[in-house]
Design a protein around this ligand. Sequence first.
Ligand code: FES
Ligand code: FES
Length: 197
Amino acid sequence: MREVGPGARTTISFKVNGGAVEVEVSAEDRLIDVLREGLRLTGTKEGCGIGECGACTVLLDGKPVNSCLVPALQVEGREVETVEGLAKDGRLHPLQEAFIEHTAVQCGFCTPGMLMAAAALLRENPDPTREDIARAISGNLCRCTGYHQIMSAIESAARRMRAQGPGASGAGTSEPPGAPVVSEASRREIHSRDSAD
Ligand code: FES
Ligand code: FES
């Protein structure tokens, strides 16, 4: 990880949902700040801010992480996936469809994090047991649903994705054939929390 002194700023480059971005950050910025404030990817939610609720879950190099705990400087050169990257070509990801069908979305605050945790699970394990699903979302709190609908939705999406084959996995940074790997880089400045106060 790059060394940056307190108050100093630097530019980091990484990929978000398959596209290259450059963002100016300070040592105090967290990944969730970069996503929500710097890149305006507000699908990722902040609940507790201390790593306990999972609302801020995104994928970092394919693994679910709490973006409220990840220093922005740590994502230099890496790949981040957010809920905005799940739908492809105007079509919802099978997980998103299943969440709607199973009424697994109520207030919706936990949903982006749940979807990303579930997407990571189904990529590694296309045929998870109920226990596998419970384990995969054990770091994601939901105050509304009681989890039953969410687990049923993930089971249903897994069935659908297995039936549709590998192309149904949707989630991820896979580019359509022939698409440029790197989109036009954007540079946005994150206002430090100090200056926002
Ligand atoms: S906001 Fe990150 S775990 Fe709660
Ligand atoms: S749907 Fe409200 S917290 Fe999960």
